[in-house]
Ligand binder design. Structure first.
Ligand code: ARG
Length: 397
């Protein structure tokens, strides 16, 4: 295989990506490995991660804070699209990958690298998202995925790392595979691989068990401007803080847990647990505000586009012509989606209890059953006659 001289490696600080460093150099003849760790609000301490890469043999170890663009450019558009994969998963991991790919490509160009690398295995979605995104942003870069080829077990990987001074995980490492960022956590593997087993409470971090949530409901107000959440309880809040605060508030009421069997792009089903309090609340609130401010046909037509959008993102096609076209449609629909939604949080539920907009299409004098009714009831007769005509003709035979 024609390997590369200088490589930018997507780095998390875990054993696998650490082992990638000596592996690339010693097995694949790479001369220089530059690591890149993205701060997506995963809450890990980044300075030790930066140092670990250097100790593992990286020539340069970069850490970039991309939290703001992660929320503004990736999460908010997904909220505007009400994106829930298979109606449930708010794409926390899927949305992060194209952003990481973008900074990998930018870094490769800045440092004159001829390849990027990642530690994904061959049976997940993330390899697809990285490879396709990098290819879309710079088709001339090589993509190296050592973990897709090395065929080492977990133990062998750790042993390989130890030969190059990579410490084996101190605590008996968690049996779970976890990915986390500002948008939530994904937990896989271990006992969760048995879909008949209820997830143990220990896997959750962002959401409380119902038994421990407050016994009084909490009401929050979310303000949207053109489909983007901008205020929390009446206060203008910047994107990252809004997500952080909402994770905290909704998680405290046990909102945002998801347990599902998911269809991966690579053809297998996997049992996935997510906790994603802010995204779940925001998508619900946003969808409700759309029902007040969009016409019936746009609302209903958009549902199909949302499905398409979600598939595009899940399947790694963030930087694709279809994605751009779908984005244009969604943006066009958001022009009037401004207003406020009140959400009641209680015992694992987020319930919309109030919505209000200066662009509301709800017309009280047409909707009312009371005395102020302005609806022309007589006009309905002709409408219904014509509407039902094809059905009556059909019924004659
Ligand atoms: N199944 C989810 C997805 O494909 C989460 C994947 C989590 N990734 C990970 N490396 N643990 O988006």
């Amino acid at each position: 295989m024609g390997h590369a001289k200088k490589v930018v490696l997507a780095y998390s600080g875990g054993v696998d990506t650490s082992v990638c460093i000596p592996y690339l150099k010693n097995e694949w003849g790479v001369e220089e490995v530059i690591t890149l760790a993205a701060d997506l609000g995963q809450g890990d301490e980044l300075e030790p991660i930066r140092e670990k890469a250097l100790k593992s043999g990286a020539s340069e170890s970069l850490v970039v804070d991309v939290r703001d663009s992660f929320i503004k450019e990736y999460a908010f558009p997904a909220i505007q699209a009400n994106a829930l994969y298979e109606q449930r998963y708010p794409l926390g991991t899927s949305l992060a990958r194209p952003l990481i790919a973008k900074i990998l490509v930018e870094t490769a160009s800045k440092y004159g690298a001829d390849a990027i690398a990642h530690g994904c295995t061959g049976k997940g979605n993330d390899q697809v998202r990285f490879d396709v995104s990098v290819g879309a942003l710079n088709p001339h870069l090589k993509i190296l995925a050592p973990a897709r080829e090395w065929g080492m077990s977990r133990e062998e990987t750790i042993a390989y790392g130890e030969r190059f001074g990579i410490p084996s995980p101190v605590k008996k490492s968690s049996p779970y595979s976890i990915d986390k960022n500002l948008l939530g956590r994904s937990i896989e593997a271990g006992i969760l691989e048995d879909p008949t087993v209820e997830p143990p409470e220990e896997i959750y971090e962002m959401t409380k068990a119902i038994a421990n949530t407050p016994n009084e409901p909490e009401y929050i107000d979310i303000g949207f401007t053109k489909g983007i959440p901008t205020t929390l309880n009446g206060k203008a809040t910047n994107p990252v803080e809004l997500i952080e605060q909402l994770n905290q508030i909704a998680g405290n009421h046990g909102v945002g847990r998801i347990d599902m069997i998911e269809n991966r792009l690579v053809g297998i089903k996997s049992r996935e647990i997510y906790e994603s309090p802010a995204m779940i609340v925001l998508i619900q609130a946003h969808r409700d505000l759309e029902s007040l401010t969009l016409t019936a046909d746009v609302t209903q037509y958009k549902r199909g586009i949302e499905q398409t959008y979600t598939q595009i993102v899940y399947n790694g096609l963030w930087y694709s012509p279809l994605k751009s076209a779908v984005d244009a449609f969604i943006q066009e629909t958001q022009e009037r989606v401004s207003g406020n939604v009140k959400v009641k949080l209680f015992k694992g539920n987020a319930t919309i209890v109030s919505r209000d907009s200066q662009n509301s299409l709800y017309t009280p004098d047409l909707a009312t059953y009371g005395s102020g009714d302005k609806f022309d009831h007589k006009a309905a007769e002709g409408f219904v006659y014509v509407w039902g005509l094809p059905t009556r003709i059909w019924a004659r035979h």
